[in-house]
Design a protein around this ligand. Structure first.
Ligand SMILES: [Fe+2]
Ligand SMILES: [Fe+2]
Length: 150
């Protein structure tokens, strides 16, 4: 059912992103860190952009969902900033310290999104809207991924 399909896709991607962050914390070499980091970026950046543009874009227009959406978008903004910092840094011990804080924040954001945000979104968005969001989200993911360096 399209109604749940969008939420299920997002949840599947969250599982992957959490797994990658957990693995990133356990890397034993710089080359391993760089390889896994680049894979992580290719998963999380299209996810963030797709959510922002179409999911939160729709929630922003609904008065009952505006507040929860503002909070989530604020977290995305922060996460994108730290992601860019981590991207520029050499993958050393300072990087690992920063990564630990980033990981905690992302785990917290995912809990918030799957709990409070999805519950609210089910009230604010209809099935047709969710079907469109799913289609547009997938297109945006592909578009963003194509703009990213490998
Ligand atoms: Fe998010
Ligand atoms: Fe998400």
């Amino acid at each position: 059912m399209a109604y749940e399909e969008f939420f299920n896709l997002i949840k599947q991607q969250h599982v992957k992103v959490k797994d990658e962050l957990t693995r990133l914390q356990k890397v034993t070499s710089t080359s391993e860190a760089m390889e896994l980091w680049s894979q992580f970026k290719r998963d999380i950046v299209p996810h963030l952009k797709g959510e922002e543009k179409y999911f939160y874009g729709a929630l922003q227009k609904s008065p009952d969902c505006k507040e929860v959406s503002d909070k989530a978008l604020g977290e995305h903004h922060w996460a994108t900033g730290v992601l860019n910092e981590l991207d520029q840094m050499p993958k050393n011990e300072d990087w690992a310290v920063k990564l630990a804080g980033f990981k905690d924040a992302i785990f917290g954001h995912i809990t918030f999104e799957e709990g409070e945000v999805f519950a609210k979104a089910r009230q604010c968005l209809g099935e047709t809207q969710l079907r469109d969001i799913l289609t547009n989200y997938k297109d945006e993911e592909k578009r963003v991924l194509a703009t990213m360096a490998t």
